[in-house]
Write a protein that binds this ligand. Sequence first.
Ligand code: ADP
Ligand code: ZN
Length: 431
Amino acid sequence: MDVFDAAESLDRQAIEALQLERLRETLGRVAAVPLYAERLAAANLSAASLRSLADFRRLPFTTKDDLRAAYPSRMLARPMSEMVRVHTSSGTTGTAIAIFHTRNDIAVWADLMARCMHMVGLRSSDVFQNASGYGLFTGGLGIHAGAERLGCCTIPAGAGNTHRQIQLIRDFGVTGLHIIPSYALYLAEALEHEGIDPDALGLRIALIGAEPHSEEVRRRIEAGLGVKAYNSYGLSEMNGPGVAFECVEQAGMHVWEDAFLFEVIDPESGEPVADGEIGELVMTTLMREGMPILRYRTRDLTRILPGPCACGRTHRRIDRITGRADDMLILKGVNIYPMQIEKVLMTFAEIGKNYQIVLEREGVVERIRVRAAVGAEVLKGSAGALEALRRKITAGLHDEILVTPTVELVAETEVPRAEGKARRVVDLRGQ
Ligand code: ADP
Ligand code: ZN
């Protein structure tokens, strides 16, 4: 059996016993963190008195605000001199938070990442290109370390410069690629423009993640790049990538339960929801030394997929992330997730990779405008055909989100494109 396989097939009882043991170690470590020492005392809980996972749930949640208040380094469980790396969250929402790692933390992270890659079929013989931003974004160094740990020849391409990305893929015979979904769609389109047959390119596997995307987008990426694409979930607070990852079944993401304890809760009540029901993901580090985090509210919405996975791994699976709790748009009293809109848009072959959702207010009336980029050949078509397409998209969106949006079909250049995570929603209602 492969070195990465042993922990992946532990039975439920063994996983829970391991979690309890690692939770005790973690509670021992966080006694050095003032915030957690106080909370443990208030809950009358300690490493020695922890008897069950249920005991652990007496502790309050850690929130993003707690981490912000601790910025830059007030939550360390070990002396600063033992830290070898710091990452900050990419700041998609609000002010930054900082996460510190010891040498061992970095090694554990690389092992987890390598386990993900191995799971989807990457091997040391693969040539791996990391086309995500480096720097403070964890998708750079995090994925990079995993690929090297696995033994792949690893190309730190970074994001952007699409022509060069293609050239690197060709020159070095790249077979594995990490790329965020919005950029993957762009790369696919660039291949088409350059007249390159994706199947002749030699890519086999793409790891896509870091931002929400629909099944339709995955299929487009697979066809456009000639790959199998696997969903990769993580967040800086829990290292970054390598937290939950799809296996070859492409049916939900296994959460590495030997390294993370997870809960899915009702965001209002804080109580656990039943398996299969959507709630907010809450996570605890089980192996981190430098900056352990207990019961962290990720704001990410998902559900546990009940039942065993056909691949035989025992670590439970979560569904793709529907969005962040903060992403939810409320329009005319209706809750809308941007992902619902994407899902509908991507069912239309005429619509390209890019779109934008604009929320506006006119007097007391709130409106939602969806600007979808379409190819030049579509825009050149007859006015009647364009109008018919616009109507069909409007009707499709109405069925999904229950309000009628204004749909605009625009040229690719009219929708801004980010090299990092895409910013799809523009809210002008407060202005
Ligand atoms: P930021 O919160 O500033 O974007 P991170 O880089 O830590 O900083 O991003 C983590 C967040 O990215 C997650 O909490 C989640 O909202 C999103 N994310 C990461 N991977 C995925 C994925 N596979 N699907 C959907 N969303 C994801
Ligand atoms: Zn599986």
